[in-house]
Design a protein around this ligand. Structure first.
Ligand code: ATP
Ligand code: MG
Length: 509
């Protein structure tokens, strides 16, 4: 007997429909899976066998062949357990043939007792179902909320294999999981670990962070030890603008395939903040590995990638950041072909100005040789520095500032300004794919960055006296656009340009 059930394979964040064909023939007892299965798919045999028996059905001791088609896509992970089990039960006549079995998508890992377990990547797989006009999906009951993030597909939450059998045999139907109408509400106030009001002084750094958050600009903070760079970077999540629903869905997909979606958080509504240590491996940072997973730069998609102590990251690690910083995605080559993950993050980095940390400090003397300083700063290449729009120095804070008891502006106030500025940008970019100023290319800079005559004069003078490159010129304009947005101004004025110019890099490029 022959039976077929459908499932889904993930290639990066994109899914592909997979047909699970099951053939049961008389002859020597055997159980083979063909069609490029990996180890986890091959182990499905043992799980499926036990789950079928423990669900009160018979496992046919015949020659069973499972074909996962198309055969040229590598099948990874345990999500095929459920369609394989359904296929075997159908081919052995224990599940009545039905249109539902043929047309729906089955996703889920089985445990030996027949329970359907949490499975990674449910959200992007259900998204594929909708794209391919599949009407219904059977998913692990624990992942049902995640599945309902996609509208227009009927979601059946499956607790056990037994429930699925009863459903398909029309003994006891599973109730479709109803979508919570408030699922996509993102108005809830989030809790943040670090508030800006806990940082004393450093007003100009806070301002630079505000500009960075408004326009999505990369920022590098440089200063002596203990001046508050790490602390300041950690306040960043508390001032970021809200995510759009589409952004939230994209981020959630990445966490879903990484298996990092918390059980009680079906949709990630807060922009991610990732702070990988400098000992993180290459694959850990950019993604890849034997079972491919998104790296830190993709986990930071639509949020912040914080690289503390930037020069400590290996030079080759920093160089691979150049492509994602430019293209907003990362391509990973593997023996089975390439996969692409989105990586549209905002880079926040910190560093000391020299190995001892006190170069340029007015109080403590720097003990490094000129050579050592040059070598240290060279660890970060010019092209990388050139992709960082805002460079800001974080000097030591003096006692008066630290001991000052006056109230400091809190993150909620800053966040409101950032949100307003971001909304002006979204309005301006209606009809384009852009979401913030930092994403503008040269053509868009020409279209969207009108400067008034006094600003034009200043720009011209700056170009000549500071020998700004063409890229630096565009960077100044994009930054000035964000500063003008914060000031609720439609045109860019001279003071906006002046502020943008002072954020230009001091070293390297
Ligand atoms: N401006 C500030 N206001 C309040 N506390 C501060 C400030 N700057 C530093 N601190 C205190 O000093 C501690 C050390 O700061 P932080 O770790 O951010 O310094 P850093 O610049 O990252 O130093 P390093 O270069 O050694 O990493 C903070 O945890 C905080 O308690
Ligand atoms: Mg630090």
């Amino acid at each position: 007997m022959l039976a077929m059930a459908r499932s889904c394979a993930m290639i990066g964040l994109d899914g592909a429909l997979i047909e699970v064909e099951v053939d049961i023939a008389n002859g020597l007892t055997a159980f083979v899976i063909v069609g490029l299965p990996d180890a986890a798919v091959n182990e499905a045999k043992e799980r499926v066998k036990a789950a079928i028996k423990n669900s009160g059905c018979l496992f046919p001791f015949k020659h069973i062949t499972i074909n996962l088609a198309p055969a040229d896509i590598r099948k990874e992970g345990p999500a095929y357990d459920l369609p394989i089990a359904a296929g075997i039960l159908s081919a052995s006549g224990q599940i009545n043939p039905s249109e539902e079995l043929q047309n729906a998508l089955f996703l889920g890992e089985l445990s030996l007792d027949g329970t359907v377990r949490h499975t990674n990547g449910i959200l992007p797989m259900v998204a594929l179902a909708r794209e391919k006009q599949v009407k219904a999906v059977f998913v692990p009951a624990v992942d049902a909320v995640e599945a309902t993030l996609i509208e227009g597909v009927t979601v059946y939450p499956v607790g056990t294999l037994g429930q699925l059998i009863a459903h398909l045999n029309e003994v006891k139907r599973i109730e479709p999981y109803m979508r919570d109408p408030h699922l996509l509400d993102n108005a809830k106030e989030a809790v943040y670990l670090q508030d800006m009001s806990s940082v004393r002084g450093q007003e100009h750094v806070k301002r630079a962070l505000e500009v960075a958050a408004s326009g999505g600009h990369n920022i590098l903070m440089s200063g002596p030890p203990g001046s508050g760079k790490t602390l300041l970077a950690r306040t960043m999540p508390s001032i970021l603008p809200r995510m759009l629903i589409q952004e939230a869905l994209d981020v959630t997909k990445i966490y879903s395939v990484s298996g990092m979606l918390p059980v009680d958080v079906p949709l990630i509504l807060q922009r991610p903040f990732r702070a990988p240590h400098h000992t993180t491996s290459h694959a850990g940072l950019v993604g890849g590995g034997r079972i491919p997973r998104p790296g830190e730069i993709s986990l930071a998609h639509r949020g912040v990638l914080f690289l503390d102590e930037l020069p400590e990251f290996g030079q080759n690690v920093l160089e691979v950041l150049r492509q994602p910083l430019e293209d907003k995605l990362v391509t990973i080559s593997r023996a089975q072909g390439t996969i692409t993950y989105p990586a549209n993050f905002m880079l926040v980095a910190s560093m000391n100005p020299c190995p001892c940390g006190y170069y340029g400090d007015p109080v403590r003397e720097c003990s490094c040789s000129a050579m050592a300083i040059a070598r240290y700063q060279k660890r970060i290449s010019g092209p990388l520095l050139d992709r960082i729009d805002i460079h800001v120095e974080v000097p030591r804070v003096d006692y008066e500032k630290l001991a000052d008891k006056r109230k400091v502006e809190d993150s909620a106030t800053v966040r409101r300004r950032v949100q307003d500025a971001r909304e002006r940008q979204l309005q301006r970019f209606t009809g384009t794919k852009l979401t913030c100023n930092a994403e503008m290319g040269p053509a868009e800079v020409r279209d969207f960055c009108q400067v008034d005559p006094s600003a034009e004069k200043l720009l011209k003078a700056a170009m000549q006296q500071l020998h700004l490159s063409a890229r630096a010129f565009h960077r100044v304009l994009k930054l000035a656009r964000s500063i003008a947005d914060l000031a609720e101004s439609d045109t860019i004025a001279a003071n906006h340009v002046a502020e943008a110019i002072q954020y230009r890099p001091r070293m390297g490029a």
